[in-house]
Write a protein that binds this ligand. Structure first.
Ligand code: XIL
Length: 386
């Protein structure tokens, strides 16, 4: 690159950076979303159709990305075989688009909780050729759902939780694994890719804080890449059920994914306050844990987003989840039950630094382009609303 080109790139980057310093007038964004844009990552929130107006307002203004928490799960979409009800998912996707947000599709294939339709297991068991039948059902499901939103959902968690809950092996209880073996992953990803070649396709997993599980996940991912399956990213859920995040471990995990040439995101973060009850200031300790998560992500270029699993502490799945519901409320999110920002919120903002001009140049403008695209989408949605 010649000196004049460097100067020109620098000038463009500097101008864009200056513009990004002035979003408040043009964009009615909260501090967190603005910090996310400046840092060049997405900060997302999982939403369902039951959000009240106050929560919807927070979801719209404080986050640059939306994950559809439940309404895109097969079990939710297809109450009976051959029947699809897209009303909830459509409403959430429309809303996120109006907010100018990036959207994560969650999740195509997940054999736990509300991931599976009630009719599927018996249907596969009754088939004369279960392998062919399940393959066909998966392909049709991916084509129907991913195809419906093609070009609108930036990312899909194509397969969720392929590992056994606690062991570092493929989940032997999964209907997909039992029927098709590990190749179900390839079936899923190829079908999703065919339905929307522009979507980034993720393998999403929980409890990756357990090193053997993280290693097993990467081994599975590497196998898929070796077989040329269209896998683009790894999602680390980040529920941190066993204890607070370990910043060093997390960052080296993000780097390990990056080294495979894949994108990586924290896709479902919540950090129970109960981990810190022995601390003199539990809310401050929780805030430090959130700073660790956001800080680890921004330190690794391949980490493109952090999503929290719910808007506020009054509406967290952890308080109703069988394994974790006992005891004090978890209060695991960035806003309290009144919708007020917690110390964790301010810590997240502070952990999203304004990139230096030098860092912007090194990034080759990728983060900038992403940030200004978000800005344009926001401005457009503001224009349409006004
Ligand atoms: C949870 C939802 O938050 C709940 O509302 C629902 O009842 C069960 O599923 N890991 C996942 C998410 O990948 O899909 C789960 O979401 C939480 C655990």
């Amino acid at each position: 690159m010649g000196p004049s080109r460097i100067a020109k790139t620098g000038l463009v980057a500097a101008t864009a950076w200056l513009i990004l310093q002035l979003p408040a007038a043009a964009l009615p964004l909260g501090e967190l979303a603005r910090a996310a844009q400046r840092a060049g990552i997405d900060v997302g929130v999982a939403v369902d159709t039951n959000l009240n107006a106050a929560r919807q307002a927070i979801a719209a203004s404080e986050f640059t990305s939306t994950t559809v928490e439940n309404r895109l799960k097969w079990g939710s979409l297809s109450p009976a075989q051959g029947v699809y009800d897209f009303s909830g998912a459509d409403a959430l996707v429309d809303q996120a688009e109006q907010n100018g947000q990036r959207i994560r599709g969650h999740t195509l294939f997940w054999d736990r909780l509300n991931g599976m339709p009630g009719w599927l297991e018996a249907d596969v068991a009754g088939a004369t050729d279960p392998v062919a039948h399940l393959t066909q059902l998966m392909q049709t499901h991916a084509a129907t759902v991913v195809g419906r939103y093609a070009g609108r959902l930036a990312q899909w968690d194509v397969v969720n939780e392929p590992l056994a809950q606690l062991l570092p092996t493929m989940d032997p209880e999964s209907l997909f694994f039992q029927t098709l073996g590990e190749s179900y992953l390839d079936v899923a990803f190829h079908a999703a890719h065919a339905a929307d070649p522009t979507a980034q396709l993720f393998l999403n997993e929980t409890l990756t804080e357990v090193p053997t599980r993280f290693d097993a996940l990467l081994q599975i991912a590497q196998g898929m890449l070796d077989r040329a399956a269209p896998l683009h990213g790894i999602g680390l859920q980040g529920h941190f059920l066993l204890g607070p995040p370990d910043r060093t471990q997390l960052q080296s995990q993000l780097e390990a994914v990056a080294a495979m040439g894949l994108a990586v995101e924290l896709t479902e973060v919540d950090i129970s306050l109960n981990h810190f009850l022995g601390d003199p200031d539990p809310l401050a300790a929780q805030a430090r844990a959130y700073a660790d998560v956001f800080g680890a992500c921004v330190a690794v270029t391949a980490c493109t987003g952090v999503t929290v699993w719910g808007v506020d502490d009054g509406d967290t799945w952890l308080d109703t989840f069988a394994l974790t519901a006992a005891g004090a409320p978890h209060r695991p999110l960035l806003f309290d039950a009144q919708g007020l920002p917690k110390p964790a919120y301010h810590a997240a903002v502070a952990a999203l630094p304004e990139p230096s001009l030098g860092a912007l140049l090194l990034l080759g403008g990728a983060a900038l382009r992403r940030a200004s695209a978000q800005g344009r989408a926001r401005a457009e949605s503001d224009r349409q609303r006004s």
